[in-house]
Design a protein around this ligand. Structure first.
Ligand code: NAG
Ligand code: NAG
Ligand code: NAG
Ligand code: NAG
Ligand code: NAG
Ligand code: NAG
Length: 322
């Protein structure tokens, strides 16, 4: 009797603690690796071995106000096919403290510069395992709030964030995802099986809802907004892909549409019927190509566009914890 009272007191106390302060990882209290001191500044290129022995590389940015006793969020940012971790850091700007003042940002490098799930990915590479190993390692080495681990990515890297969210194990560890110009390849046995607006999307979530924000340009010539047969696989249309996520998250297909930037940008928010408007959100930018939206010119787009995706992603991530 006394024990059960103590146990329930502890359960309530720890629930309150979790709500107020998040979950500290076992890395809290450990000094930064000497090569990463002081915090802040450029990212550090780091060698890493997967538990299956595969040698990998990532870049890590430690925020300048990081202290070993304060749990911080962790954001992964995955590059597109043929691209590099360094370029993804420049493109996605998660190391820019005017956008991201306090999360650790990690830019992993794909083998053959690609990610699991795409038809051109290096066969046999377990990138889901790589991410699991990094989460385990970062949690043991840095002071991470394990309820605030997020994944963003461009193109093949965006598609990979969805592969992570569809994994039974990682869907329970990643709080929200943000694919940009995502390539969501679905294996098919014949080109005739590719109907982009209706094709079933394989996915095994073990948590719901999983918050998702997707950005796409109407003039994307690499990963078409309308989807289609590509590289031997099927790309779903982006509206179909987003609506399927909304349904999987328990919300149905209807959205609230908001015109932004004089109608050049549409924001579609799903989940309104259950008081969770925007848990699934999609931005369509008229006339934009295969680009990470940025007002300043970036390597994707020399002209810049109507808005910056990165601070919108940061605000979205800040709304959702496990
Ligand atoms: C990875 O494994 C190799 C070979 O076993 C070893 O030489 C290397 O030090 C390891 N690297 C890291 C970062 O642990
Ligand atoms: C960080 O972002 C701000 C706002 O877009 C920009 O003015 C600044 O140049 C960026 N800093 C770096 C180092 O790119
Ligand atoms: C330092 O971290 C806090 C939260 O831990 C954040 O709100 C703040 O903006 C950060 N300050 C700077 C200058 O990065
Ligand atoms: C989902 O689970 C089924 C059955 O275990 C498996 O065959 C399939 O590969 C999984 N799909 C994904 C996308 O994880
Ligand atoms: C959003 O809702 C409108 C109105 O029902 C519909 O016409 C449109 O196709 C929907 N868009 C997406 C991307 O789901
Ligand atoms: C950038 O703007 C110039 C001048 O308006 C135009 O010719 C060019 O096609 C634009 N480039 C892109 C990538 O939109």
């Amino acid at each position: 009797m006394v024990y059960s009272k103590i146990a329930s007191f502890l359960a309530i106390a720890s629930a309150l603690f979790m709500t107020s302060y998040g979950a500290s990882s076992v890395g809290c209290g450990k000094d930064l690796p000497p090569s990463q001191q002081p915090p802040g500044g450029p990212s550090h290129k780091t060698d890493f071995n997967q538990t299956d022995g595969t040698a990998r590389i990532y870049r890590i940015h430690i925020p300048s106000n990081y202290t070993k006793d304060t749990p911080v969020p962790l954001i992964f940012s995955f590059h597109g096919h043929g691209d590099t971790a360094k370029h993804q850091e420049d493109l996605s700007q998660f190391s820019n403290e005017s956008f991201n003042p306090n999360a650790i940002a990690v830019y992993p490098q794909g083998l053959k510069d690609a990610w699991q799930g795409a038809p051109y990915a290096k066969p046999g590479v377990n990138d889901i395992g790589f991410v699991q190993d990094m989460i385990d390692y970062f949690s043991s080495r840095y002071c991470i709030d394990t309820t605030r681990i997020y994944a963003a990515g461009k193109s093949n890297g965006g598609g990979f964030t969805s592969t992570l969210a569809c994994s039974p194990t990682l869907s329970k560890q990643i709080a929200a995802i943000a694919p940009v110009s995502g390539a969501f390849y679905i294996p098919i046995s014949s080109p005739d099986d590719c109907s982009p607006a209706t094709i079933p999307i394989p996915c095994n979530i073990s948590r719901s809802p999983i918050p998702i924000i997707e950005f796409h340009g109407s003039a994307d010539k690499v990963i078409s907004y309308d989807g289609g047969y590509q590289d031997g696989d099927c790309l779903p249309s982006i509206p179909h892909w987003v609506r399927e996520w909304s349904k999987r998250d328990g919300y149905g297909a209807s959205n609230k549409t908001t015109d932004l930037h004089h109608g050049k940008v549409q924001k579609y928010e799903y989940g309104g019927g259950k008081g969770n408007l925007g848990v699934v959100t999609h931005y369509l930018t008229q006339g934009l190509g295969h680009a990470w939206p940025s007002t300043l010119p970036n390597s994707d787009n020399p002209n810049g566009t109507y808005f910056d995706a990165t601070p919108i992603i940061i605000d979205f991530f800040n709304k959702y914890t496990l």
